[in-house]
Design a protein around this ligand. Structure first.
Ligand code: NI
Length: 255
């Protein structure tokens, strides 16, 4: 059964000692493609090296992560733009606002987010949005900039049903990962109540490993545990979860 990990950082140093094995594990567990969101200027080389090694398996995104936004964010944005001119990327990501770790650069994060939405429009690419303790800020900006053409995903979604419905109304997808397997996350109820046609799967490796690997390094092979949990919550077959979420990902990212 074929799955797509729509959000995995396999180029990070956490995988330096066994990256090829991690890719093999993913392939052996039915993960047919992995999509790689960039972090910042310091990660671009490693990201593209991995894509070069596995060109029909790893698909790159380009963008500046909100937790990497500081005073020099305009310099960082320039680096992403240079690369967008040079080669093909499947999305602008990951971008967004994160007020959980640090609020110091809130204004800069908002500016970088808006700027990268404009890049997505310019290059006709979907956006991969990271929203942590920032739904209100993100939704305010989204209401201003949303149009019929802009598409994307709210990655590692942890919001409530009302927030999920707003995202779906914009034609965006909901990225579901390991958190759905955590006891008391409450995400199972939200997933139960939203149509699977709006869901894509992700691991966010090396972070947020699903049960039974919780607390350990995450890897794309564990997408299997996430898909199984969604099948259980929605009381449908694993095959159906795989088919529909893979279709959703292929459509959104034009793979
Ligand atoms: Ni991420």
């Amino acid at each position: 059964m074929q799955l797509i990990d729509t959000h995995t950082h396999l180029f990070l140093p956490e995988f330096d000692s066994d990256r090829d094995q991690v890719i093999l594990n993913a392939q052996q567990n039915g993960v047919e493609k992995v999509l790689l969101p960039n972090v910042d200027g310091s990660t671009i080389n490693d990201l593209l090296k991995l894509v070069e090694k596995y060109p029909d398996y790893c698909y790159p995104m380009m963008g500046l992560h909100p937790t990497s936004v500081t005073e020099d964010y305009k310099e960082e944005l320039k680096k992403t733009e240079i690369w967008l001119e040079k080669r093909k990327f499947i999305a602008i990501g990951e971008i967004g606002i994160d007020l959980y770790w640090d609020k110091t650069f809130k204004k800069q994060q908002e500016e970088a987010f808006r700027y990268q939405i404009d890049l997505a429009k310019k290059y006709d690419l979907p956006v991969v949005i990271h929203a942590r303790d920032s739904f209100d800020e993100i939704f305010t900006i989204m209401d201003e900039i949303i149009d019929d053409k802009l598409k994307g995903v709210f990655h590692a979604f942890t919001g409530d049903e009302i927030q999920a419905k707003r995202i779906i109304e914009w034609g965006f997808k909901i990225g579901i990962g390991g958190i759905v397997t955590f006891k008391n996350s409450g995400l199972d109820k939200v997933v139960h109540n939203i149509d699977i046609n709006h869901i894509v799967l992700e691991t966010d490796s090396p972070y947020l490993a699903p049960v039974p690997h919780r607390g350990k390094r995450n890897e794309s092979a564990y997408l299997l545990n996430i898909a199984q949990k969604i099948a259980e919550i929605k009381n449908i077959s694993f095959k159906e979860v795989a088919e529909i979420t893979t279709y959703n990902a292929n459509q959104l990212f034009k793979l």
